[in-house]
Design a protein around this ligand. Sequence first.
Ligand SMILES: [Zn+2]
Length: 125
Amino acid sequence: MICPNCSTENAETNQFCVKCGYGLHNNTRFVYSKSSKERGIALILEILPGLFGFYGIGWIYSGKTMTGVILLGVGLLLIFIYGVSAIFTAGSACLCAIPTNMIAVLLSGIFLNSYTKEHTELFGV
Ligand SMILES: [Zn+2]
C-alpha cells in the first residue's frame, strides 16, 4: 500500500509507514480511499434484478453473501409458487405477485442502503 502521507510503498501488513511512521490503518482518510465498492451499484444490483424476482444480488456484491443467497433462494421459491398458482388461478395470482414484489424490492433496497451506510470501510461515506 502507498503511504498517504509520503507516498512510500509499504507492505500490506505494515501498521505504520517505514519511512515517516504514519499510521496506515488508523487513518480515516486512508480507510475511505480504500473503499472498493459503490453504494449506487449495490442498490442497482439489488433493485433491478429484484423487479424480476431475483433478490439478494446487491447483498452478495456488498459482501453479505449468506444474506444474498438466502434472499435469492426466497425469490426463486416465490417465483415458483406464483408460477404454479398462476396456472391454477388462470393468471390472477400474478396480479397479487406484482405489489408483493414491489414491497419486497423496496424493503430490501432500504435495508441494503442502511447497511452500506453503516459499513463505511466498504463503501466510504
Ligand atoms: Zn510515509
